[in-house]
Design a protein around this ligand. Structure first.
Ligand SMILES: Cc1cc2nc3c(=O)[nH]c(=O)nc-3n(C[C@H](O)[C@H](O)[C@H](O)COP(=O)(O)OP(=O)(O)OC[C@H]3O[C@@H](n4cnc5c(N)ncnc54)[C@H](O)[C@@H]3O)c2cc1C
Length: 386
């Protein structure tokens, strides 16, 4: 067993880290304060080659594996969770899903502009009354000739207010429950689509989250992903990758909070000594480090297993590992960030120090892409197989 990254993975991680240090970290506070995505950043992410990081090269992507995408997510999240979140919704929820599930014509049409930074992607599943109970979505798609008329509301959609292309889940037959779900590619220029509001969040500010309305929205039948009433396969097919990917979002935030805590505890002097010399502070640092290292191993393992499953590998261990990875890492990140605020004392509670931002951003990890409670249910279900 070798715990070192391959040369290719190490170089990718380093190049995203360098990019993030130069282009994102210096403006991370401003992104959060102004709740505004920086002008030109999507194009810079495209120039870095990561907008379609896991998309096959023939559609304009980098053809990289899930571990590469996870490493990129970790490095972006260290600088700005908001950037990592929006990029993840684009690169993973939209592009990776299309690359895995769309047909040849759809890939040729929709993926190149998503990979070169001209278009922004999103995924619309959650509704005001269907969050954890995702298969209970109420958005309907009714076939009329060679098109579908879609009606419903989606909420909490990352990039929703700015997206060009949305992977949209609907019900084509409500009587069939989960077996009546159909996934579509929605071009936000289609008639009947609108953004009703941008949500005002406590964290991940700068990553636009919105409520979307489909009011007799017309989607051509050729935009079905897979087959009618088979959307559940698309939905489930992306979940392990999503969990592996999102785990490193929380990991990156925790690492950033830890780095600030080491620095501050060596600089801050109380009782004539740096606070890092006090054993109660050392205990916090040791626990933070341990949580991060354990989380990293789980996340990287989940990414490697998710990649193997994507390439046809056998076994279902990925389901429980991916859910366990995001469950553990998201909760670890919350603990690490809370301790980071504690180590900073009163300054940690003030907006000019970044640890409060990490603390706010980390909380999303236990809610978005499935809550901690739902992840526990998934791990347990896989373990007992009942
Ligand atoms: C910033 C942000 C970005 C998001 N981005 C997207 C996106 O891009 N696309 C998208 O489709 N969605 C997105 N979401 C939605 C996200 O996936 C949901 O918020 C999440 O699935 C939880 O759903 P909910 O908020 O409706 O909570 P609910 O499902 O109402 O849950 C409320 C509470 O009840 C608990 N609970 C629910 N069911 C059970 C159960 N069976 N057993 C025990 N406890 C339970 C939950 O764990 C939680 O604690 C985003 C959310 C946020 C906040």
């Amino acid at each position: 067993m070798d715990f070192t990254l391959s040369e290719e993975h190490r170089m990718l991680k380093e190049s995203v880290a360098n990019f993030a240090a130069k282009e994102i970290q210096p403006i991370a506070e401003e992104i959060d304060r102004e709740d505004k995505w920086p002008d030109g950043l999507w194009q810079k992410l495209a120039d870095l080659g990561i907008m379609g990081i896991t998309v096959d090269p023939e559609y304009g992507g980098a053809g990289a594996d899930i571990l590469s995408a996870s490493l990129a997510c970790e490095e972006l999240a260290k600088a700005s969770a908001a950037v990592a979140l929006s990029w993840g919704a684009h690169a993973n929820l939209c592009c990776n899903n299309l690359n895995s599930h769309a047909n040849e014509g759809q890939k040729k049409k929709y993926l190149p502009p998503l990979c070169n930074g001209k278009h922004i992607g999103a995924l619309g599943l959650t509704e005001p009354n269907a969050g954890s109970d995702a298969v209970n979505i109420q958005t309907t798609a009714k076939k009329e000739g060679d098109r579908y008329v879609v009606n419903g509301t989606k909420t909490f959609i990352t990039n929703g207010p700015i997206a060009d292309t949305i992977v949209l889940y609907t019900k084509t037959d409500k009587s069939l429950g989960p077996k009546g779900i159909t996934a579509f590619i929605l071009d936000t220029k289609f008639p009947g689509f609108s953004v009703s509001k941008k949500l005002n969040k406590v964290g991940n500010r700068g990553s636009a989250t919105g409520e979307l309305i489909m009011d007799n929205c017309i989607i051509p039948a050729e935009n079905i992903i897979g087959q009618e009433n088979r959307g559940i396969a698309v939905m489930m097919g992306g979940l392990d990758v999503e969990r592996a990917f999102f785990g490193t979002y929380a990991l990156g935030i925790a690492e950033a909070a830890f780095a600030e805590s080491i620095k501050y505890s060596k600089e801050r002097v109380q009782f004539g000594k740096p606070i890092a010399s006090f054993q109660l502070i050392q205990q916090k640092l040791a626990d933070m480090y341990t949580q991060i290292e354990a989380a990293r191993l789980l996340c990287y393992k989940a990414a490697i297993l998710a990649d193997s499953a994507k390439r046809g590998g056998k076994g279902t261990e990925v389901h429980q590992i991916a859910a366990a990875a995001i469950l553990f890492t998201a909760e670890a990140a919350c603990k690490v960030c809370e301790e980071a605020v504690q180590i900073h004392g009163g300054y940690g509670y003030c907006l000019e120090y970044p640890v409060q931002r990490f603390w706010r951003d980390a909380k999303l990890g236990t809610i978005g892409a499935g809550t901690s409670e739902v992840r526990r249910l998934i791990v347990a279900r896989e373990l007992i197989q009942m």
